[in-house]
Ligand binder design. Structure first.
Ligand SMILES: *Cc1c(COP(=O)(O)O)cnc(C)c1O
Length: 457
């Protein structure tokens, strides 16, 4: 179909319009909640580092009739008929994933980064084998060996940590690797504001003949934009989700660079073939084809000119945000940031992470409580908050806006009266006035890719 035919036929826009109308009429209860959520996002300042504001062109792919197709298998080798276009979509997603990351291999079927990580672990490890991952407290992810996840139950997980200056302790990691000789080393983080030195990890992995998994879920967008070094040819496997910094639908990717055709453990196939088999049928059945279409769209968008600017803004806003907190006397973990993440020690200001999170949410500022290095509070309480700028960058905020945001955050935290670690009082007038200011900022800096809610006009 040509572009002109596409425009005149426009069956998809009629489908979407009719679908929304049908939802309004047949299920007003659900429709009202969905509308409320659209408005909540428009009216609040979302600074959750693990979220973003997906491009609407990626979101709409999730609503397409591709969902109706059951397509177990891979392009050209399906267990069902009717997959011609499904194959085209998946091949497009694979090509775009490879070009975005300069990868030699991409599997786009994982439903999440969690399952992508599990696929890699179960490809190269046997139950009881050792793995070495960054501790949760140090900014690692649950799937990197925490006892709360299968990764820390089925495998014998050892954790490395941070130095006194709160940066990854590469020497300590190497010492642990030499002592325990794990079969897999995992790098990549969820609350770490600094650059990661992939080469140093690979050098250690090579020293002990281990595999290296780089989980770039948080920084995938900066990697595509060239604002963070890429692990693709340093790690044997690179995983990411597509909904944090790739601004696409929910799901995971497994990527490989120069090691893609290395022989698998046991020598029966290649590493990349092994990954294919572990995704389907070992862990999953039919993939979510609409999510794959959405991944394809997000992957194209992050390679475009618009995203170059967004990525630069993510970093400049983050640096300005960290500076604004420090100017107000807050302790910022590592004293700054190189990526989109800022972690603030709010307990040093007398407030627990959970109370700060709740009080800020009362005022339309969405951040999340987070443990800080050597945290003395349990995970449900924490001593810190983690902020991120993925959502602010889509609002085309300027570094100077970060001062205003931190002023408002400071006003809330200063006025909060903490009664216990998990309860507080906040003056209703202050809450109302900060909420008004946040709403004004949101209207002044609307989500640039979404239509404003009708309640604004
Ligand atoms: C969020 C996150 C994950 C899990 O992503 P899901 O797609 O939600 O499962 C994995 N690894 C890291 C580093 C993360 O930050």
């Amino acid at each position: 179909m040509t572009m002109q035919e596409l425009e005149t036929r426009s069956d998809l826009s009629r489908f979407v319009q009719a679908a929304v109308e049908r939802l309004q009429q047949s299920d007003p209860e659900l429709c009202r909640i969905l509308q409320d959520e659209y408005e909540r996002q428009a009216n609040s300042l979302t600074m959750v580092a693990s979220s973003s504001i997906a491009d609407p062109s990626a979101l709409i792919c999730e609503a397409m009739p591709t969902m109706n197709v059951t397509a177990e298998g891979y392009p050209g080798a399906r267990f069902h008929a009717g997959c011609k276009h499904i194959d085209e979509i998946e091949n497009l997603a694979i090509e775009r994933a490879k070009s975005a990351f300069g990868a030699r291999f991409a599997n786009v079927q994982s439903m999440s980064a969690t399952s992508a990580n599990e696929v890699v672990m179960f490809s190269v490890l046997q139950p009881g084998d050792k793995l070495l991952g960054l501790d949760l407290d140090a900014g690692g992810h649950l799937t990197h060996g925490s006892k709360a996840s299968i990764s820390g139950r089925v495998f014998d997980a050892i954790g490395y940590g941070l130095t006194k200056t709160e940066e990854i302790d590469y020497d300590g990691m190497r010492a642990l690797a030499l002592e325990h000789r794990p079969k897999l080393i995992i790098c990549g983080t969820t609350a770490y504001p600094r650059r990661i030195d992939w080469e140093r990890f690979r050098a250690v992995a090579d020293e002990i003949d281990a595999y290296l998994l780089a989980d770039i879920t948080h920084i995938a967008g900066l990697v595509v934009a060239g604002l963070h070094p890429s692990p693709i040819d340093h790690a044997h496997f690179t995983t990411t989700c597509t909904h944090k910094q790739l601004y696409g639908g929910r799901g995971g990717l497994i990527l490989m660079g120069r090691d893609f055709d290395q022989t698998s453990p046991g020598g029966t196939t290649t590493l990349s073939n092994l990954i294919q088999k572990r995704v389907f049928p070992y862990f999953q059945g039919a993939p979510n084809q609409s999510a794959i279409a959405s991944k394809a769209r997000g992957l194209a968008w992050v390679q475009g000119a618009e995203f170059k600017e967004v990525a630069q803004r993510i970093v400049s806003l983050s640096k300005a945000l960290a500076q604004a907190f420090m100017d107000k006397g807050y302790r910022v973990i590592t004293g700054g940031t190189d990526n989109h993440i800022v972690v603030v020690d709010v307990l040093a200001a007398g407030i627990t992470g959970v109370n700060a999170e709740k009080a800020l949410e009362d005022c339309g500022i969405v951040v999340n409580k987070n443990r800080i290095p050597y945290d003395v509070k349990p995970p449900a309480v924490t001593s810190g908050i983690r902020l991120g700028t993925n959502g602010l960058a889509i609002r085309k905020m300027q570094p100077s806006d970060m001062i205003e945001c931190v002023d408002l955050i400071h006003e809330v935290l200063r006025s909060l009266q903490q009664t216990t670690d998990t309860s507080y009082r906040l003056d209703p007038e202050l809450r109302a006035s900060v909420t008004r200011s946040i709403r004004a900022i949101c209207e002044r800096r609307p989500i640039s890719t979404y239509p404003a809610p009708s309640s604004w006009s």
